[in-house]
Each structure stands twice: as structure tokens, then as C-alpha cells.
Design a protein around this ligand. Structure first.
Ligand code: FAD
Length: 404
């Protein structure tokens, strides 16, 4: 690796908008930037504008807790996220930039027999699909995470776990900056403070994108706007089956390294991971009501603290440093919507809810392929918008919850 941090000038200042681009990507988060990088590097498509209404990767990419894993339920989901994990394994080389990928493994805890049964199903499916996913018993949990409160005989006794050795984390900003730097080096333009406010639709095509900085004619358009996906698609007349909920997380003061895996409890709706700075990152499920707000709440702070202290009682008294929220675009089956839209030149990279950071490399790679070929590759076909009409849902709710 040549360096650890972006060099000033890697991502040029926002240029003047040109009147037209071959591809307009709406959303300068990890997904939009990854797609731009793949279009420029692997498909030679360089007339690309990434339009970001705020600052680079300031949406959910900046707010997520960076869990990366492929221990999902459906074969379609596992195949897709497995490719995502593999891309993360070589991402620092791909971007010539240290994304601090740390493959520490994820341990999901079962406190009920029903959860244990579901873990056996996930482990078998995961093994069948070639991931490192296995069920461990109480002794196995203790060996993997000796500081856990097993609560023997208590109401929340830990009965076992799902051990996913492929799981890990990466530095979210580095991922986004790395893609941005590589894309702009190849001629992609990144326009910050550029908000898409509407579309000119003629027949079944988008002719131009209307922004606060003017009109842009476009060949192809990709929507990758995170928590705003429903609203942006609606401006083009496309109603997505998405509802938006806040999702919160928080970190403690830095501590010496003590937590060497990702730990998550479905019953407690709490997960923890220690960052490279020593802070313990704590997250859980979405807020229970639909809202477009990034305010954090005392309720959630108390809930997450309770779960964390139950699992690791010695955390009592440790101080919290920060708490924050993002707006997550949830689909009914907890799987994303990728591929075609009812408009011929509008592509969707939406419905990433609480689980999309891990898909940043693979979604960008596969959406770039889709745009370049004008055809959806097999690996993305199950995630089509039509599945909600044909009832071919990909139910990943049981693998999402507090595992992210
Ligand atoms: P974003 O990063 O949100 O980028 C979209 C961009 O579009 C934003 O920058 C926004 O400003 C821009 N935009 C919106 N509207 C417009 C417009 N009209 N014009 C121009 N630009 C616009 N996922 C995981 O895999 N693992 C996790 O551990 C995890 N934890 C999470 C924890 C929290 C607290 C949250 C909130 C999310 C978490 N996620 C996690 C989910 C993950 O963050 C998202 O799914 C992922 O970051 C989506 O990336 P994106 O690039 O699609 O969206």
C-alpha cells in the first residue's frame, strides 16, 4: 500500500456542471461512488457525474457500524453478500488505500431453542454456499468470547451461537474516499452540494435531471440515495415498496482492546464491536416508527446500554462519547432492490435499510455491469423490483434484526 490517508487533491473540488453526461449517479454515498469507480475502471465509461446533495458520503455511509458478513438465510442473499465479503478482502489493494478491513468474525448469540434451530438452518445453508458459518455450543461461545456473561440458569442464558468466521469490519470513510479518489482519477466528476430536485421524463425515458445547479441531460441514471430512495424515485414517477425508519448507534469512551469478535444478540436487540480506536460501538434495531429524522433518543440509549451491560456487566460505568442516527430505507422482505425500474434508462440501487454497507463493493460492481451492458446479471436478478408483484420475496428478516 502506498499510503493510509487520502492526499489532498485526490478528490477535486466540485467542477462546473456539463450540459450532459452518459451516466448520472444520484447519491455520493458508498454505493454511488463504488458504481462510479467500477464504471470508469472496468467498463471505460468516464462521462459520469455523481451528484451529492450534501458532502461526500455524509449519509448512511458515514453513520453505519460497518458490520460485513454473508451469513444470510436465502441462497440468493448468501451468494450476493459472499461476493461482497470477497471484494472487501482485496479492497485495500483495489483502491490502493487502506480501508482497515478487519476480519475478526461475528458471533451471534442464541438465548432460546427456537433461535438455535434457526442458526442450524443458517449454518447449513451457509456451508452449502461456501461461507464459513457454523453453530457453536456454550463451550464454543465461551472460547470465542470469554468475557461474555453466559447468565447460566437465567432468563437470558446463552445457549449457543452462530459463528461466522468471514465476518468483519472496515473503515467506512476510507471505503467511500477510496472509491471517490479512484473514480475521479479516471475522469468521473463528483458534484457535492448538488441536489436532484426532479426529472424530465419523456415516454419511458428520463431525458434530463433537474438540480439546484441546473439541468443535466443524461444517457443512464442510477438512484443510490440511501434514506431518500423512496422520495427520489417518486420524483421520477416510480413508487418503491420502501418505508423509512431511523436507526441509531452509539460509542463508548476508548478502552484497551478486549472484544476480539463482533458480538450480537437477537433477543436483546443489541450488537457490539470494538473499533480500532478502542471505542465500543453499540447498535440495535430500527426505531419503531416511520420518520425522517436523524435525532438520537434517550429511549434507545437506555435500551442499547441495558443490552450491552447485560452481555458484559463490567461495562457499567463506562462513559458514552457519541450517539447518532441515520434514515434507513426498509423493504418488506429486508432485501435490497437492485436492477431495472419501469423507466428504460433508470436503474435502482435501493432498499439498503440497515444492512447496505457490506454490499458497497459488490453492489457498485454489479450495478456498473448492469448499466454498461444494459442487462441485469444473474446474481442481481432475484433482487428485482418485480418480486413484490410476483411474490418471489427474499425474506432476510431473521438474518437482519440486530446483526446488521
Ligand atoms: P448513503 O450513504 O446514505 O448515500 C446516499 C447519498 O445520497 C447521501 O449522501 C445523500 O446525501 C444523497 N442524496 C439523497 N438525496 C439526494 C438528492 N435528492 N440529490 C442528490 N443526493 C442525494 N450496513 C451494514 O452493512 N452494516 C452495518 O453495520 C450497518 N450499520 C448501520 C448503522 C446505522 C446507525 C445506520 C444508519 C445504517 C447502518 N447500515 C449498516 C446501513 C448502511 O449504512 C447503508 O445501507 C449504506 O450505507 C447505504 O449506502 P448508500 O451509498 O446507498 O447510501
Amino acid at each position: 500500500l502506498s499510503r493510509d490517508y487520502p492526499v489532498s487533491g485526490d478528490i477535486p473540488a466540485t467542477p462546473e456542471l456539463k450540459p450532459a453526461y452518459d451516466v448520472v449517479i444520484i447519491g455520493g454515498g458508498g454505493h454511488g461512488l463504488s458504481c462510479a469507480h467500477h464504471l470508469a475502471k472496468y467498463h471505460g465509461i468516464r462521462s459520469v457525474a455523481v451528484l451529492e446533495k450534501g458532502y461526500l458520503a455524509g449519509g448512511n455511509t458515514a453513520r453505519n457500524t460497518t458490520t460485513i458478513r454473508s451469513n444470510y438465510i436465502t441462497p440468493e442473499g448468501i451468494a450476493f453478500y459472499k461476493e461482497g465479503v470477497e471484494l472487501f478482502e482485496r479492497l485495500s489493494q483495489e483502491l490502493d488505500f487502506n480501508v482497515m478491513f478487519s476480519q475478526r468474525g461475528q458471533l451471534t448469540l442464541a438465548h432460546t431453542e427456537a433461535t438455535m434451530r434457526s442458526f442450524h438452518m443458517r449454518a447449513e445453508m451457509g456451508k452449502h454456499m461456501g461461507t464459513r458459518t457454523e453453530v457453536v455450543d456454550q463451550k464454543g461461545v465461551e472460547e470465542l468470547c470469554p468475557l461474555l456473561n453466559m447468565d447460566y440458569g437465567g432468563a437470558l442464558e446463552i445457549l449457543g451461537g452462530l459463528w461466522h468466521a468471514d465476518g468483519g469490519t472496515a473503515r467506512h470513510d476510507a471505503v467511500a474516499w477510496g472509491y471517490a479518489a479512484q473514480a475521479s482519477r479516471r475522469g468521473v466528476e463528483i458534484h457535492q452540494r448538488t441536489e436532484v430536485q426532479g426529472f424530465e421524463v419523456v415516454g419511458d425515458r428520463i431525458r434530463a435531471v433537474k438540480t439546484n445547479r441546473g439541468r443535466i441531460a443524461c444517457g443512464q441514471v442510477l438512484i443510490a440515495t440511501g434514506g431518500m430512495n423512496y422520495d427520489v424515485a417518486l420524483m421520477a414517477g416510480v413508487e418503491l415498496p420502501i418505508r423509512c425508519y431511523p436507526l441509531q448507534a452509539m460509542v463508548t469512551q476508548p478502552l484497551k482492546p478486549w472484544l476480539h469478535t463482533l458480538v450480537s444478540s437477537v433477543s436483546l436487540h443489541t450488537y457490539l464491536v470494538q473499533s480500532s480506536r478502542g471505542e465500543v460501538v453499540i447498535g440495535g434495531g430500527s426505531d419503531p416508527y416511520q420518520l425522517y429524522s436523524t435525532r438520537s433518543t434517550l429511549d434507545m440509549k437506555e435500551h442499547l446500554a441495558e443490552g450491552a451491560v447485560h452481555l458484559f456487566p463490567f461495562l457499567q460505568g463506562v462513559r458514552l462519547l457519541r450517539q447518532w442516527a441515520g434514515i434507513t430505507d426498509m423493504t418488506p422482505d429486508y432485501s435490497p432492490i437492485m436492477g431495472a425500474s419501469p423507466l428504460a434508462n433508470l436503474w435502482l440501487d435501493c432498499g439498503w435499510g440497515t444492512w447496505g454497507f457490506k454490499a458497497t463493493p459488490v453492489a457498485g460492481k454489479r450495478m456498473a455491469q448492469t448499466i454498461a451492458d444494459g442487462r441485469v446479471p444473474d446474481i442481481l436478478k432475484p433482487f428485482a423490483l418485480e418480486r413484490f408483484e410476483t411474490f418471489r420475496l427474499l425474506n432476510e428478516m431473521g438474518a437482519t434484526a440486530a446483526s446488521h
